[in-house]
Design a protein around this ligand. Structure first.
Ligand SMILES: Nc1ncnc2c1ncn2[C@@H]1O[C@H](COP(=O)(O)OP(=O)(O)OP(=O)(O)O)[C@@H](O)[C@H]1O
Ligand SMILES: CC(C)(CO)[C@@H](O)C(=O)[O-]
Ligand code: BAL
Length: 281
């Protein structure tokens, strides 16, 4: 009879060989999602695991004035794309299946991480995300889960969730897939009209300029604040309504200073579309 003294040993002993690699999504799939599926496929290949995707537009993470109702739902097409990318199973519950009763038990990520940046402009967003991801994890029981770096803060929140609750799940980060002109692929890009679509790569361009200015120094708090304000003003002058353009520590997304590894993050509205993007400096 094994007598095990460490969590990794316990996990190794208890892990079934067939827990899948999981890619949670809200559907309306694009090449960014399919890259995550292919990454999951590779991670699953070794031990012959399955790749499972979920499609669920999670009401809990939308604010009352956000786009829950108009969020594009394209299940039939999504299923075809997933099959083509090497997915083995799709979990697409309706609301009654995932929330058969009001979800009054929730997962509250720490305010220091979840009430800043996206969380400051989308109150409750990360509680909604963490709650549904925790629930999806219970449903799918994955060995590993893949999340896109495009949603950088979401990735940090979910890495913290897995770490703090000692979930036996490996979190894999998927690099951001972009259009040829630099725009990060996103389901919400479909809301852009032609002129807005032509302007949209300027969000990534603004992050590149901000990152370059930060690299040039001096890397002080005062200079960072000046650069952030200038970057927001430049976007505003082009007709955007920026929520934030901010230089943060990669690890915990607190304001960066000195030579700590940094990431530039932005969210801004163009017409009625809110876009986010980021760039590791
Ligand atoms: N361009 C991309 N590159 C890599 N991963 C991505 C990209 N876009 C989304 N993802 C990832 O896909 C997963 C599902 O995201 P989601 O279904 O919300 O897509 P989305 O395009 O980000 O939609 P939205 O426009 O609502 O933000 C998340 O882990 C997300 O980070
Ligand atoms: C992780 C997620 C599927 C939870 O609803 C969603 O926030 C998303 O698609 O990024
Ligand atoms: N892609 C993250 C999910 C959301 O914005 O609601």
């Amino acid at each position: 009879m094994p007598l095990l003294g460490t969590l990794p040993a316990l996990r190794a002993a208890l892990a079934g060989p067939l827990r899948p690699v999981f890619v949670p999504t809200m559907g309306n799939l694009h090449e960014g999602h399919l890259a995550l599926i292919r990454q999951a496929r590779e991670a699953a290949a070794d031990q012959g695991r399955a790749v499972v995707a979920s499609i669920f537009v999670n009401r809990l993470q939308f604010g009352p004035n956000e786009d829950f109702d108009r969020y594009p739902r394209t299940l039939e097409r999504d299923v075809e794309l997933l099959a083509g990318a090497g997915c083995d199973l799709v979990f697409a519950p309706d609301e009654a299946a995932l929330y058969p009763e009001p979800q009054v038990y929730t997962v509250q990520p720490p305010a220091a991480l979840a009430d800043i940046l996206e969380g400051a402009f989308r109150p409750g967003f990360f509680t909604g995300v963490a709650t549904v991801v925790m629930k999806l994890f219970q449903c799918v029981q994955p060995h590993a889960a893949v999340f896109g770096q495009k949603d950088y803060q979401q990735l940090r929140v979910l890495q913290g969730l897995v770490r703090q609750f000692a979930l036996p799940i490996e979190v894999l980060a998927g690099p951001t897939v972009r259009a040829a002109d630099g725009l990060a692929l996103s389901s919400r890009n479909g809301y852009l009209d032609e002129a807005e679509r032509a302007e949209a790569p300027q969000l990534q361009a603004a992050l590149q300029a901000l990152a370059a200015a930060w690299r040039a120094g001096p890397r002080t708090a005062a200079h960072r604040e000046q650069l952030e304000a200038e970057a927001a003003a430049a976007l505003r002058a082009r007709g955007w309504q920026p929520d934030y353009l901010s230089l943060r520590r990669r690890e915990d997304l607190q304001p960066v200073e000195g030579d700590t590894p940094a990431v530039a993050l932005a969210a801004a509205r163009l017409g009625r579309t809110r876009l986010i993007d980021n760039l590791e400096v």
